[in-house]
Write a new protein. Structure first.
Length: 267
């Protein structure tokens, strides 16, 4: 239990709590727009940026963030070009991200171990600089979502209606995608690129089963995410387990229990 009083665990807890807010806050708009896979895409692109950061000796998380934001612009550009095949943009960018990551891996064989921590998560290695970045992203996401909540709501349920009502649909789409890029690029060090999509989608999936309104589903998804992050970190710290994997498995367990409970009540 002494681990909970250590500095690295306190930093991990702070980082986890911050990402526990932003991931479902953005994730709910992605799920409703059927863009859940964009999380995996931007995570792979972020890993390419992290690998390049190690290669040229710049702040890896910063390089990953830049790559993710650039990829978000590319996704929106491709989505506009292929309106009837929106998922094609995600597949193209994911392929490019994996290819770049592989290339940078081969150019910098010596740092592969460091990059692996971003693939599977390394929340216990968060430093003060990382927390500042995560905190800044959390503040930006919270403020933007609060300011454009009604617009994002309409866009998520009926994009054509949003356009007819005079909303700047293109700008709003770009804004959501950029916010997603910011959240994912900061979350990969916490849960890892291979698991970050789960933090975006599973709390939302649980909340949609039990919430009675859109606003309550947003609140519930954040609460569920925070419960999983805090309990998952405590369990991982006590039993020396992988934190990111523990958090995600806990979320899956909560989803299964919720589905079972809902089925029981409905029967």
């Amino acid at each position: 239990m002494d681990i909970m009083l250590s500095d690295f665990f306190q930093r991990a807890l702070a980082g986890g709590i911050l990402i526990g807010i932003t991931a479902p806050l953005i994730g709910i708009f992605l799920v409703l727009r059927r863009l859940s896979m964009i999380g995996d895409t931007l995570a792979h692109v972020t890993i390419a940026g992290v690998a390049l950061g190690f290669l040229i000796e710049v702040y890896p998380l910063g390089a990953g963030l830049v790559f993710a934001v650039l990829a978000s612009f590319a996704i929106e550009k491709l989505r506009k070009a292929y309106k009837s095949y929106a998922e094609l943009s995600i597949a193209i960018i994911m392929s490019g991200g994996v290819a770049l990551a592989s290339l940078f891996f081969t150019l910098g064989m010596g740092y592969n171990t460091d990059v692996m921590s971003y693939l599977f998560g390394s929340i216990y290695t968060l430093d003060t600089q990382d927390l500042y970045v995560v905190g800044a992203v959390t503040l930006v996401v919270a403020v933007v979502v609060a300011l454009f909540f009604k617009e994002f709501f309409l866009l998520s349920f009926e994009e054509d209606a949003a356009s007819v009502n005079g909303l700047p649909v293109r700008m709003l789409n770009m804004l959501i995608t950029i916010l997603t890029a910011l959240v994912i690029s900061t979350a990969i060090k916490i849960v890892g690129a291979l698991l970050v999509s789960a933090l975006l989608t599973i709390p939302v999936a649980i909340s949609l089963l039990i919430a009675r309104s859109f606003k309550s589903s947003v609140i519930l998804s954040v609460v569920i995410s925070e419960i999983a992050v805090i309990i998952g970190l405590v369990i991982a710290g006590i039993w020396n387990l992988a934190p990111g994997a523990t958090i995600v498995l806990l979320l899956i367990a909560l989803l299964v229990l919720t589905m079972a409970g809902k089925k029981g009540f409905s029967s």
